[in-house]
Ligand binder design. Structure first.
Ligand SMILES: [Fe+2]
Ligand SMILES: [Fe+2]
Ligand SMILES: [Zn+2]
Length: 504
């Protein structure tokens, strides 16, 4: 029997149970019209073949890790490794949420061809979160300061910086299940994962982190399939004209949503956690996301009546300042994190000024203040010196300092007699569509307003085993490590800033 024939036979085993209605079976419903479509099967793979392929990839990957651990090719770079404590803490949760999203989609989307693909992607995403946990475990055992890697999984749920990524995945796993495919498979995976898993893995390898480089590459080899799932889902939806306005709305939302979250993470990690520089994060994002995805994949949708995202120009101009604004936020809030920071040096200043003309004029002041607030003996923290943290956007959970603090598009806006704060038109529009989706998110002030900073750090659990030394440090190799006592001396009470003005 031909393989394709055997495959069709296997699919024919699918049946509708008689003891439960299709509505009850799917648990969640979708507003998209997809039940009657006949999609192209993106996978055409038997479960047995799939498992063999994945097994082979795992075998190759683990053999390489074993070899790299034994050869011990030298110490990886400190700036990179410490940054990855924060980076990896977010990634595991994103992968795990992707697995959950696939389970929901497999239950809701009727055509068996698509469900088959989702089920295999669900296994892939579990594989990814396991692989990334394995990197954390390895770094915990081999990196000279393992502290921070040990709390990574928990910190992904509680740190103030992680709320940007958490709000993204919470949105993904609670949206309409078919909309989730657009957000995850089209935007996160098709638009951004090349930048992330290929671009970032080249940084990992340049900084001696073979463990992560190999992990990211073996993960990316699964992503091609996830993009195929996204395309099959989207092309099925495009068969029915009633879907076009729904697709447009979902694409408008997720293009902005992923720009503010995954896109922001890529920019920050690519510019601020690296020392050996080849391409700026802006150049990389332009190439992988705006030329390849928006200029290629997305443009092909125009013939189906899909228009470009409404904030495309803003997304591109944001790239000039995004990484720098994100950096002053996480460097400014360093005591509430769980890794050592490496502030900018003269080489960094020169590189940034070359790649982002005007960098020093806008951000030099912060870095000078940062340099003066590193010594625990003086007990000055840059957070207090700069007037505390800004407000946070109710949708994307970014601080409202984008694209750049002095030209921030923050605003207050009233919905059903309640005032909310947003970073931009894009987030405000998303909120107004589905306020119930976002009203419940608790930000840093909802949790810690009125508390003294050392108390906040203790509650977060970002303290070393001695019960008094901070996990986070403002330098890679400080003369003395900061303690809770040093923070207490700075006497910083978390205070919610005044809301921004209402838009006229
Ligand atoms: Fe994944
Ligand atoms: Fe994926
Ligand atoms: Zn926002």
């Amino acid at each position: 029997m031909k393989i394709s024939e055997a495959y069709d036979r296997v699919k024919a085993i699918d049946w509708e149970p008689s003891y439960i209605s299709p509505e009850e079976k799917t648990v969640e419903t979708t507003k998209f019209h997809i039940h009657e479509t006949k999609p192209n099967d993106p996978f055409k793979t038997f479960v047995r073949e799939y498992c063999e392929q994945e097994q082979e990839k795992d075998d190759r990957h683990y053999a390489l890790l074993e070899a790299s651990a034994r050869l011990n090719t030298g110490e990886p770079d400190g700036r990179w490794m410490e940054g990855m404590k924060f980076g990896l803490s977010n990634l595991v949760g994103v992968e795990y949420a992707a697995a959950r999203a696939m389970g929901r989609m497999a239950r809701t989307v009727a055509p068996v061809e698509l469900r088959q693909g989702y089920m295999m992607q669900m296994l892939d995403e579990m594989r990814h979160s396991n692989l990334e946990m394995n990197v954390i475990r390895h770094h915990m055992r081999s990196w000279k300061d393992p502290v921070g890697f040990d709390v990574a999984a928990k910190a992904g749920a509680s740190s103030v910086g992680s709320s940007i990524f958490r709000s993204m995945v919470e949105d993904l796993i609670t949206s309409d299940p078919v909309e989730t495919s657009i957000g995850l498979q089209v935007f996160v995976e098709t638009a951004y994962t090349n930048l992330f898993f290929v671009g970032l893995s080249s940084h990992a390898s340049a900084h001696g982190d073979d463990m992560l480089a190999s992990t990211l590459l073996t993960i990316q080899s699964d992503e091609a399939r996830h993009m195929a799932n996204g395309w099959s889902t989207l092309s099925s939806l495009l068969q029915d004209d009633r879907n076009i306005p729904l697709i447009q709305k979902a694409m408008d939302k997720w293009s902005w949503r992923i720009h503010c979250s995954f896109g922001l993470g890529n920019m920050l990690f690519g510019d601020y956690f690296v020392r050996k520089r080849t391409e700026s994060a802006k150049e990389m994002t332009m190439r992988w996301v705006f030329d390849d995805f928006y200029g290629g994949f997305y443009q092909k949708l125009e013939k189906f009546g899909i228009k470009p995202p409404p904030h495309l120009d803003e997304m591109i101009s944001d790239l000039d300042w995004m990484s720098h604004s994100a950096a002053i936020y996480i460097f400014g809030a360093w005591p509430t994190f769980f890794h050592r920071y490496d502030g900018l040096n003269d080489d960094d200043f020169e590189w940034f000024e070359k790649k982002y003309p005007g960098f020093y004029e806008h951000f030099g002041g912060f870095w000078e203040a940062y340099g003066q607030c590193k010594d625990p003996e003086e007990g000055r923290i840059v957070l207090k010196e700069m007037g505390g943290l800004p407000n946070f956007c109710q949708v994307c959970q970014r601080p409202t300092i984008f694209p750049r603090p002095d030209i921030s598009k923050q605003r207050a806006f009233k919905v059903q007699d309640q005032t909310y704060i947003f970073c931009s038109d894009g987030c405000q529009e998303i909120f107004v569509e589905e306020p119930h989706h976002y009203v419940g998110f608790k930000n840093f002030y909802d949790l810690y307003e009125g508390k003294e900073l050392s108390q906040v750090i203790q509650e977060l659990g970002f303290v070393r085993d001695d019960g008094k030394t901070l996990m986070a440090q403002p330098e890679l190799e400080p003369k003395r490590l900061w303690t809770l006592e040093d923070i207490r001396k700075a006497n910083y009470i978390v205070e919610r800033p005044a809301p921004p003005a209402f838009l006229k």
